[in-house]
Design a protein around this ligand. Structure first.
Ligand code: SF4
Ligand code: SF4
Length: 381
């Protein structure tokens, strides 16, 4: 592994042996797997099976291409203050090529990539960040003397699956926004014969990558996805349905300007542009910066960065979301009079129930690890 591992790797070592060697206890590892099993929605009873499947893995190979992008996605995945087991897991994958993180450059690292792809043909995971420019003979991005399109096609040919990381890699991102001068497209527009999972966001939360890689290691397959290719375990819920400000939406309490009383009281940000009612994302659950907070909790409206072509479809960012078929947002906000009491009570109850259920599930996952390990077949979490 070229980077960023600080932990040496012994030839033939399994992931379990490697984690143990670096101070991760069996109990801690099982607790981590139990948490992840809840995140992945497979039930904590499967935690021991997940742990075993991960432990026996030899170092899995990952090739990571950065095409037309800003490097924000890489920053999001590697940026952490307190390395967790999840970081260590990502740290011990054999990241054989990632041109921003690698110490080397030029012909030497291109040879490393070619050798790794040949040695692991059909088995390596391919992570792609950034879009692929297609105008003017694909000439807007050149890496090692090749166009982004040919670099991608070459790497995709021998991979087992592709993780399209960030808004650019699946829909073209900001480069693909109108008028799209470079003709930017996503991986799915170029590669048609490989499984592709879409991990969107601008940038995405790093945990979505860890959980997807763990799912792949455990079950030998990519997680179940929605029609946009997003894993349901992470992108299956609307922000609006998990939002800590939801009670204020239901109560008709809205921030009108960023310095008003509502803003100071933490009221709903819908009127100042929040796209949470139309956005599927794990932000309220996974949170950011070691689960410290997330944009809406910090006082900023959601921009809808996990939705298709959000630079075009969710702008102006501070404009109120227009009436969306199926959501009835405008109607609900503008007529929030007589029906308020019933609507608010139901909404608050539903939100509170979901929050409590989520907390219980998380607590159970941690509490039942030893039991799940000993009675794996009996405990259905
Ligand atoms: S509109 Fe935005 S701030 Fe308001 S409850 Fe929905 S997601 Fe939260
Ligand atoms: S709150 Fe919305 S815009 Fe912000 S990171 Fe999450 S999904 Fe993206």
């Amino acid at each position: 592994m070229l980077s960023p591992s600080a932990h040496s790797w012994i030839e033939g070592e399994t992931l379990g042996e490697h984690l143990e060697e670096h101070g991760v206890s069996r109990r801690d590892f099982l607790e981590y797997c139990a948490e992840l099993s809840v995140v992945l929605g497979v039930g904590s009873a499967l935690a021991p099976k997940m742990a075993h499947a991960i432990e026996v893995q030899k170092r899995p190979t990952v090739i990571w291409l950065q095409l037309q992008e800003c490097t924000g996605c890489v920053e999001s995945v590697i940026r952490t203050e307190n390395p967790s087991i999840g970081d260590l897991l990502l740290d011990v994958i054999s990241l054989d090529y990632q041109h921003t993180l690698m110490a080397g450059a030029g012909t030497a690292v291109e040879k490393v990539k070619a050798a790794s792809m040949a040695a692991n043909k059909g088995k390596y995971l391919l992570i792609v960040t950034g879009s692929i420019p297609t105008n003017n003979d694909d000439m807007y991005v050149m890496i090692g003397g090749k166009t982004a399109r040919s670099v991608l096609e070459e790497a995709a040919e021998g991979c087992a699956a592709i993780l399209a990381l960030g808004a650019c890699a699946f829909w073209g991102g900001i480069q693909g926004a109108r008028p799209n001068p470079t003709g930017a497209v996503g991986v799915r527009d170029i590669i048609k014969n490989k499984p592709i999972v879409n991990l969107p966001g601008c940038p995405p939360i790093g945990d979505t990558v860890t959980a997807t890689v763990v799912h792949y290691l455990t079950f030998g397959a990519l997680p179940e996805v929605d029609r946009e290719g997003r894993p349901l375990f992470a992108y299956g819920e609307r922000i609006h349905d998990q939002c800590s400000r939801r009670a204020h939406f239901d109560a008709g309490q809205f921030v009108e300007t960023f310095d008003d009383k509502g803003a100071r009281e933490g009221w709903c940000l819908y009127q100042v542009g929040c796209k949470g009612p139309a956005t599927f994302s794990p932000c309220p659950i996974f949170k950011w910066n070691n689960r410290t907070s997330w944009p809406i909790e910090a006082g900023h409206p959601c921009l809808g960065c996990t939705e298709p072509h959000f630079w075009d479809t969710m702008t102006p960012f501070y404009g109120r979301l227009p009436d969306v078929a199926g959501f009835g947002i405008e109607k609900r906000v503008d007529t929030i009079g007589a029906s308020l009491a019933i609507g608010a009570a139901a909404g608050v109850a539903a939100h509170a129930t979901m929050t409590v259920m989520h907390q219980i599930k998380r607590r159970r996952a941690t509490d039942q690890v030893p039991e799940a390990h000993e009675n794996a077949g009996e405990n259905n979490g």
